[in-house]
Design a protein around this ligand. Structure first.
Ligand SMILES: C[S@@+](CC[C@H](N)C(=O)[O-])C[C@H]1O[C@@H](n2cnc3c(N)ncnc32)[C@H](O)[C@@H]1O
Length: 277
């Protein structure tokens, strides 16, 4: 939603929409509307919110550990016009000096935090979000100097968020809130036992291999309680072993491109979707 976000899943909703359908709708290829039935949509690793945007749930709980990201969604929901004006104001002054001045400014009010966040997201190098150990955003300027969205776009997204509960919290607290019949979409940082390379992305809090293990234990409990679960992750044996087929998990290997029609044997797919649906 308006953001550039590392690990964003718009490729998944665009090229593999069947992931969000039940077997019946996959069979009949009626992919225009999502047809997994669920009570509430819950997304504890919200990021750019590609799946929320795709499913357009009536009722939802969306959250992320990144404070500025959540301040942005809260303002987009409650005061889209104010947010748009603040962001447009930043763009009026955009130049290298202004970028670095804004990057070094600490804001206290939610609306100013949100506007600064969106401005930096658009103008920084490749839309990366990276902070140092003191939680200071430290990405250099990029070459984008235009903001393509209108007030109408902000209002449209605000409307889509109308019934969403938006929280800044750790994934565990959000997952605890899920109940039988809810849909949990899980898209954690791609960390494996042997590769912790996302250590400095998204927030100053590191998502570790230990977190991956705790996540899988929690999701196993939730699977037994009857929560519908869809997990995106890296296609890696260490991850696969956390969600065994014998416990009822299904594994679908994927490429970012749409390779549904042609799946050559022996090909190494980089992504995996694990689900109990
Ligand atoms: C792969 S991204 C999610 C991308 C998202 N699905 C999209 O389409 O843009 C992972 C997200 O997890 C968040 N995150 C990292 N550690 C977390 C934690 N302990 N609890 C909650 N969120 C966390 C990051 O801030 C980041 O936004």
């Amino acid at each position: 939603m308006l953001l550039k976000w590392a690990g964003g899943k718009s490729w998944l909703t665009r090229n593999h929409p069947y992931i969000f359908h039940n077997e019946e709708s996959l069979f009949s290829r009626s992919l225009t509307h999502p047809s997994i039935e669920y009570k509430k949509y819950i997304d504890p690793f919200l990021g750019g919110g590609a799946v929320f945007k795709h499913l357009q749930p009536n009722e939802s709980l969306i959250s992320d550990v990144n404070k500025e990201l959540i301040a942005f969604y809260q303002c987009l929901k409650s005061t889209p016009e104010k947010l748009f004006n603040e962001v447009a104001n930043h763009f009026k002054f955009h130049c290298e000096d202004y970028y670095y001045e804004t990057r070094d400014t600490v804001q206290k009010k939610n609306i100013l935090i949100a506007a600064r966040f969106l401005y930096l997201n658009y103008t920084c190098f490749n839309g990366i979000y990276r902070v140092n150990s003191s939680n200071k955003f430290n990405v250099p300027i990029g070459d984008n100097d235009k903001f393509h969205y209108s007030l109408e776009d902000f209002k449209k997204h605000s409307k889509a968020l109308k019934n969403a509960k938006i929280k800044n919290q750790d994934f565990k607290d959000t997952i605890y809130e899920s109940e039988a019949g809810d849909l949990l979409y899980i898209d954690p940082p791609y960390v494996t036992q042997s590769n912790n390379s996302t250590f400095d992305m998204y927030s100053s809090k590191i998502f570790s291999w230990q977190d991956q293990i705790e996540l899988s234990v929690l999701l196993e409990d939730k699977r037994k309680e009857g929560v519908h679960i869809i997990i995106s992750n890296i296609n890696d044996i260490e991850i696969i072993n956390l969600y065994p087929i014998r416990n009822g998990w299904k594994h679908t290997m994927l490429d970012r491109a749409n390779s549904l029609a042609y799946r050559p044997k022996g090909k190494k797919y980089k992504e995996i979707v694990i689900s109990n649906i």
